[in-house]
Design a protein around this ligand. Structure first.
Ligand code: 9G3
Length: 567
């Protein structure tokens, strides 16, 4: 491709509203342009990288037995009403009506569409298992689109769906998809972890997120420093055998604690530490008010509370609800001398408290010398807290470390959540109608591009890995007015293309400095400069990833390139 004939609008300045490196460089190097918040155009270089990421995804999916289809982005509301999601999703679901006033969703995902497609076609266990995928734009009206392609409102996703007659068959496909995802992210050179995740609203059981470790990641991964254990912090379990210290239990006493509201204040007030304090929270679990206890130095994980209580909807009780329940404000509540009928669930670490401190359910008053089971009852002890760095890894190997992660993939065992809701059934080998057992598997293809861009750059520009570089070689004659340079440029351009290299020829009439700055910004793996020594057939070569420069004779060029690209 000749640069004078393509469209690579590079920028000198860093756009103000771009906060992360990948977003800044994708704009500056002319890979993307924002149309409006969270919505982008891919310019030629961005489109080429996107295509190469797609090609790797497509290859691995087909290798793993998934077959490509294409489904519509426009999805009739009726399907979402059948799956009971039309009303449960709010503003994030982009909706529209057609000329006849019929309602549609702009597809954020395709469980409904694929299930409605199959239920009319696949009626026998003999036709299962089936694994279908597409690579297509998705629409989600994110409240706060940010970081360029990392969180957009229209983005490219590979979404696959598998259908099974048995859970064993689903397990097999799930493992194949797990391996396909590992292959994809390994080929892309990304530092990723497959982490245990929480299936959130879509139900189902097992599921894993694929997180690229990155400082700008929005998710926190808790992983073991000496095993493969890794989990989204929301899911990470705490597996510690807590024992009560064998300290003598003292008589409880009520103490005045004027204006001491937080755990830190109360601990300070009594000259003790947060781990001697009982943190008391009231949750509304499907309208039932439940008391949750944690040690003062721990944070309650409401996802774990939701799972333990089995509630569909879990939220913190309002101050009014707390007032009505315990006749005091939130900062003074505790588990001692409770009105009848309040369920008390404690995090396991509460067992380590003897002669601790708790709110007295009276403004400005606390109990000291409070000991679980002696001074208050606990209905059940559970794992309710967030894991912390330094905790032992739940698998017993090593210690938990935190890292920020960018979620680039998520695979789920869906079970029959959609097939039951939408009557997606098949006749099993006994002739009985059964709902499909399903799995679904997503990769954020445009997000992967941004994650690669975030990783493979050095501030001056990109350093594209060979597997997804927009072009292999940047061929740069310094002075297009110099006959020898221009001719050699044309000759080499033809020669390299005849050897199937993808070449970007900088045939612009620009100063050398501009050409080199743009070349470092665009970040192709290798730059061949045709300069003063062109007449002698000497080429200046720069390897973008190492910054190394060489002088190659024109006649040695193809051998060197074969080495470099290890064809
Ligand atoms: C919606 C909206 C946003 C959503 C969903 C539905 C996320 C929704 C979860 C999934 C699960 C998997 C198949 C590919 C992999 C992910 N955000 N999810 O269902 F209506 Cl507005 O999409 N789907």
């Amino acid at each position: 491709m000749k640069q004078s004939a393509t469209f690579i609008p590079t920028l000198r300045e860093t756009p103000a509203d771009a906060e992360v490196k990948s977003h800044q460089l994708l704009l500056r190097a002319g890979f993307i342009r924002q149309n409006t918040s969270g919505i982008y155009s891919y310019l030629p270089l961005g489109k080429k990288v996107l295509q190469k990421v797609e090609a790797i995804v497509r290859e691995e999916m087909e290798e793993a037995g998934s077959v490509e289809i294409a489904m519509p982005a426009l999805q009739q509301a009726e399907l979402w009403q059948e799956s009971d999601r039309w009303y449960s999703y709010g503003a994030e679901l982009m909706r529209m009506t057609d000329r006849n006033g019929r309602e549609f969703a702009l597809g954020p995902t395709h469980e409904e569409v694929i299930t409605s497609l199959l239920r009319d076609e696949v009626k026998s266990y003999k036709k299962l298992p089936l694994n279908l995928f597409q690579i297509q734009s998705k629409f989600r009206d994110e409240k706060r689109p940010r970081f360029g392609l990392l969180r957009g409102r229209e983005f490219l996703m590979k979404d696959a769906y598998s259908f099974h007659a048995t859970t064993e068959s689903l397990d097999e496909t799930y493992d194949q998809m797990m391996q396909a995802y590992k292959n994809i992210f390994t080929r892309l050179g990304l530092n990723f972890r497959a982490v245990l995740a929480d299936s959130g609203a879509i139900g189902g059981t097992d599921n894993h997120e694929f997180m690229v470790l990155s400082d700008i990641g929005e998710d926190t991964v808790a992983y073991s420093d000496s095993s493969s254990y890794a989990a989204n912090i929301e899911m990470a379990e705490v597996n510690i055998d807590y024992n009560r210290p064998d300290e003598a239990v003292k008589e409880m006493e009520k103490k005045e604690t004027p204006d001491q509201k937080t755990i830190a204040q109360v601990a300070e007030f009594f000259g003790t530490t947060a781990d001697q304090c009982i943190k008391t929270l009231i949750f509304s679990a499907d309208e039932e008010l439940v008391m949750i206890l944690a040690r003062g130095d721990h944070e309650i994980n409401d996802i774990k509370v939701k799972r333990v209580t089995g509630a569909k909807v879990i939220e913190m009780a309002t101050p009014e609800q707390v007032e009505a329940l315990l006749s005091c404000e939130v900062g003074s509540i505790g588990p001692v001398k409770l009105p009848e009928g309040i369920r008390v669930i404690a995090d396991n670490a509460i067992k380590t408290i003897v002669n601790g401190i708790a709110g007295a359910n009276e403004a400005g008053m606390h109990w000291i010398n409070v000991t679980p089971e002696e001074d208050f009852a606990v209905d059940s002890y559970e794992d309710l807290r967030f894991v912390q760095e330094g905790d032992p890894s739940p698998d017993g190997n090593g210690t938990i470390v935190f890292a920020k992660g960018i979620e680039v993939g998520h695979i789920f065992k869906l079970g029959t959540r959609y097939s039951e809701a939408m009557d997606g059934t098949f006749l099993n080998d006994q002739g009985k109608a059964k709902p499909y057992i399903m799995g679904c598997y997503g990769i954020g293809v445009s997000r992967v591009l941004a994650a690669v861009a975030e990783e493979f750059q050095d501030g001056k520009g990109f350093i594209w890995p060979n597997v997804i570089t927009p072009y292999d070689i940047h061929l740069v004659p310094v002075n297009m007015k110099d006959e020898a340079q221009r001719e050699l440029g044309e000759d080499l351009y033809k020669l390299l293309k005849s050897y199937r290299y993808e070449v970007l020829l900088d045939d612009r009439n620009e100063r050398a400095g501009v050409k080199f700055a743009d070349s470092d910004l665009i970040g192709l793996p290798i730059r061949i400069t045709i300069g003063k020594r062109a007449a002698e057939g000497i080429l200046e070569v720069k390897v973008r990833s190492t910054g190394e420069t060489f002088e190659w004779k024109r006649e040695e060029l193809l051998d060197h390139l074969q080495q470099f690209f290890k064809i």
